[in-house]
Unconditional design. Sequence first.
Length: 404
Amino acid sequence: MSDKLVIDFDHHNPAYRDNWAEEAEQRATHCPVAWSEAHGGYWILSKHEYVAQAADDPDSFSSSHNNPEKPWAKGILIPELPYTLALSESDPPVHHARRLIEAPYFAPVAVRQQADVVKGHVEEALDRVIHLGKLDFARDFAMRVAAKTTMALVGIDPERWEEFMLAAHKASLLPTDHPDYPIKEILNVQTKMREVLRERKEDPRKDIISALATKKAMGEPLTEDVQVGMLSAAIFGGFGTVMSATLSVLLWLENHRELYPQLLADDDLLDRLVEETLRLNPPNHGTARTVARDFELHGQQLKQGDRVLLSWAAANRDPSVFECPAEFRLDRANGKDHFSFGGGEHRCLGAPLARVEIRQMVRAVINRIPDYKIDHSQITLYPSFANTAGISSMPATFTPPAES
Ligand code: HEM
């Protein structure tokens, strides 16, 4: 039996945020399975192959949380969340049954029907600021579009987006055990979710909230706590992530304006730009699992109850999968093999919608404010890259259209 390979690693530490890219590539190559003593101790899986294996094997790597049958399981965040994300933090067969309730609303055909709604939110966000000649791409644009799109999708008036999303934004900035973690605000938002769920149970419509309020999983109606937990993942999961991804694309595009005509004419090129940006700048650097049985991986002994971080960020930079992984290449043959949307059973339900949102926002910027100039001195990153990673504020100026 070998000793643990212990590394100095804490995904909440600002030092991780500032040095992660090179470190992630090194980890994928030299420390594919390693242990950190931070936050009570956890394994970090960094090799593409092992991350894929873990995401595909819920019998060995459990996502459960607050499950009396698996008291050792602590869910998908390290430290654990003070509430349960009932879809993300469940295992098959329960997970599968719950996912089937939401899946039709996220399917590509449903997302295509949402495209005009997304476009409306994109145009509205730009209409509000275009006469000013300046905006914050985060607050005034991508945050607004992503939040309103998600609200419309689940079935809540998009104009109420700030009521539901700002607490989640605050929460994404802090570790769950931080004294300022806004748990009261999150619980307040969840109270509002309960109100809408009860209304919709009485008066169902064709939306996710009505489905959660009325449909069954494994032959049983969902408890209200499960409904709220599932709605929380749908609402909170598709907001900071889409914002961060969009800002990363716009940051890169500022120095590649010569591609504008091609990007507008060629959807495939735009897709490849989005995927390569997601690979190199994942808005979610990793989610956790709990080891469900004792076994050995890469010479390391994993024990039931051990916490594990699946490092999507490192897998995305594994040189055994991505040639010269730090290089931005629009012509990568395997560019879509990244883990920025996770993998396996829990792969992001919102991925098709996120792609539509990002593409629409990029197209609108190219069409309406093509000469945008980012104020690089004012770019702000998320304080920790543990929950949401990337840029959280990005002010820019541009020439307002003559008629405004
Ligand atoms: C660029 C944008 C996005 C990124 C990077 C992202 C990332 C992820 C990742 C990594 C997971 C897997 C978590 C795990 O395995 O533990 C996930 C799951 C999930 N995401 Fe996203 N997401 C994005 C957009 C969205 C959107 C727009 C929505 C909804 C409006 C959404 C809803 C969800 C849900 C419901 C799950 C749980 C799926 C399950 O457990 O079966 N996401 N996301």
